[in-house]
Design a protein around this ligand. Sequence first.
Ligand code: NAD
Length: 378
Amino acid sequence: MECFAPQESYPGEKRASLTPETAKKLSQLGLIVKAEANLGSGSNYPDAEYKKAGVSLLSSASDGLATADIVLRVRKPSAEEISAMKPGTILLSHLDPFNETELIQQLAQAKITSISLEMIPRTTLAQKMDVLSSQANLAGYSAVIEATSRIRKVLPMMMTPAGTISPCKVFVIGVGVAGLQAIATAKRLGARVEAFDTRPVVEEQVKSLGAKFVKIDLGDTGQTAQGYAKALTPEQIQMQQAGMAKICASSDVVITTAKLFGRKAPTLVTEEMIAGMQTGSVIVDLAVEGGGNVVGVKLNEEVTTENGVIILGHGSFEGNVAYHATQVYASNLLSFIEHFWDNENKRFKLDREDEILNGCLITHDGEIVHEQFKPKAG
Ligand code: NAD
């Protein structure tokens, strides 16, 4: 079998789906590994390293797509790329199937076996393949670093002969994978950190990182069987906004990461709350691609409000640390392939009984096979 990693075409995407290290391991499984030349130019993996790892570098993506049995991507493929693939190709990529109805239909029509990596179940067995976690962790880190570079203040307390500098206050809203790493990073840099999440189980984790958990009584909130937050009622959202307004007003940095899997992110930071914040404060909205938590945030833009608050809405903060984001993303893909690898016959075994595959297989053999995305009868 042959696998191919094309360059990413999404504007500004620096990550890649293959590293020299994972290429070597894929070859050891028995795969022929090919990649588009300059694959790692945005993430600092030089062509020479891929060559050393035995990868054949192609100057044109369409040549690689035409013969590949497995295609590795970070972002969804274009319509042209889909038509360049042969029927039966296994595509591993982010596909955003909740919003990409047309893309999913195209993949089915082209008889591509498509696997949406964000749909991999969040189970212990699948942890090594969990691209949401590997990328969110780095996004949380990068959000703090980016905000820190903008606030024109230092994070830790400093006692100097010229006076005492008070520590900055960082408020993290949404304490999943990204939020936890944001808290840990801000704490390491010496900030005073507070955090809030609607899932009460998070309180212990926040405290164990040395941060303060903000208590806002919203009544019943709970979480889904998969561990995701449930959507709040409009009344609960209002109570949450009221509870957070004061903390935002006294924070130098606010980082929002609150997502609802497969649904639009809740609006948590309102215009009024931003108007109450200090000039020079920075808000980072890590939920911007899902609609955003902050009123006025713009995807891939930096907005400065009238009162001088900076709102950062880059879609992929992990792209700022593209070397490591690529390292862990490519490793997730390798683990996925290893899990399904039939070593005897040197092929990817599409085990339809497997719980992991069932969770993330979207199209196969000309059809949309995932229960959640099948067209409704009638
Ligand atoms: P996510 O990106 O979907 O959401 C980020 C956080 O926002 C979550 O903690 C969520 O509770 C919170 N949130 C949602 N609405 C909110 C609101 N109105 N106000 C404040 N916070 C709000 O979450 P994630 O980081 O992908 O993690 C989701 C869950 O999956 C977590 O419980 C995590 O521990 C779990 N998880 C499990 C595994 C595993 O077992 N292998 C791996 C990764 C994550």
